[in-house]
Design a protein around this ligand. Structure first.
Ligand code: PMP
Length: 296
């Protein structure tokens, strides 16, 4: 599909991609002053729509943005975008910016938040690496501590993540892993991390990372599978010596990690439990979600 021809929602209007333009005075463009979500639709259903909308509105609240749409209106507009584009499988990107304002930083200069919704086809985030697993490198850019800026806020300022990704590219890895100032494992540039050891899953606590919706799903699935799950600080050593490691995210889904900083994880191939979760997650995405083409 040609992006120029896709219908994009901006502040009450549906515009073709080529006409969907934002003011250069929009604070999201000037300062990264906004919040966003990344959602997927599978097989004609929007997966975990309520959870993503909830997080979007909490992110907005935490940075003093009052969205001009109610949550229900936002969901309806998302569905309408998907319908207009005739999409059944899609990536959905709602953005709430503080809007157009004066040049200064003072948010009082911006009167009306801008809402943009992009819906588009998007294949596998890590391409054909899901069978083989990915290589990860620890990023030199430390995770931002929660007392500096909460990692729970999905804000439009991904520069530390992007330069971490550039670093991963530079060293020939597929993804970068960010570490806290204290030296504990935090998260990838767009995904959460899990390790598996002796039938126990471990993932960093949710107050130092984005509380991923896929992360929550995996925690639930693990409990249902009778596996132990713990949310606790993880060292790089624990990660290097784990039986299995995988990443989770809406865009990334579940992807096995087979190498970190040049160290082979387990046998250097996707692990049994990781593969089981990949299958369980895929099954879930096929049957759950808000239907796009039925009345809502
Ligand atoms: N961490 C970061 C930094 C992310 O950008 C994402 C993607 N939203 C995640 C984790 C995974 O979150 P989710 O499973 O909700 O997509």
């Amino acid at each position: 599909m040609n992006e120029d021809e896709l219908w994009v929602y901006i502040d009450g209007n549906y515009l073709r991609g080529k006409d969907a333009k934002i003011s250069v005075f929009d604070h999201c463009f000037l300062y990264g002053d906004g919040v966003f979500e990344g959602i997927r639709a599978y097989n004609g259903r929007v997966f975990k729509l309520d959870e993503h909308i909830e997080r979007l509105y909490n992110s907005a609240k935490a940075i003093f943005i009052e969205p001009p749409l109610t949550k229900e209106e936002m969901k309806k507009v998302i569905i309408e975008c998907l319908r207009k584009n005739g999409l059944k499988d899609a990536y959905i990107r709602p953005i709430i910016s503080r809007g157009t304002g004066t040049m200064g930083l003072d948010p009082r200069g911006c009167r009306n938040p801008t809402v943009v919704i992009i819906t588009m086809p998007w294949g596998k985030y890590y391409g054909d690496l899901y069978d083989k697993g990915i290589k990860v490198a620890t990023s030199p850019y430390r995770a931002i501590p929660p007392d500096c800026f909460s990692p729970s806020i999905k804000a439009c300022q991904y520069l530390p993540n992007i330069i971490s990704k550039a670093f991963a590219n530079f060293v020939g890895a597929d993804e970068a892993l960010r570490i806290t100032k204290e030296g504990f494992v935090a998260e990838g540039t767009g995904d959460n991390i899990f390790l598996v050891n002796n039938n126990t899953l471990k993932t960093p606590p949710s107050n130092i990372v984005l509380k991923g919706i896929t992360r929550e799903i995996v925690i639930d699935m693990a409990k249902k599978e009778g596996l132990k799950v713990s949310e606790e600080n993880i060292t790089l050593y624990e990660l290097y010596t784990a039986d299995e490691v995988f990443l989770t995210g809406t865009a990334a889904e579940i992807v096995p990690v087979v190498e970190i900083d040049g160290i082979k994880i387990g046998k250097g191939v996707p692990g049994k439990i990781t593969k089981r979760f990949m299958k369980l997650y895929e099954d879930l995405t096929k049957k759950e979600g808000v239907p796009i083409y039925e009345e809502v």
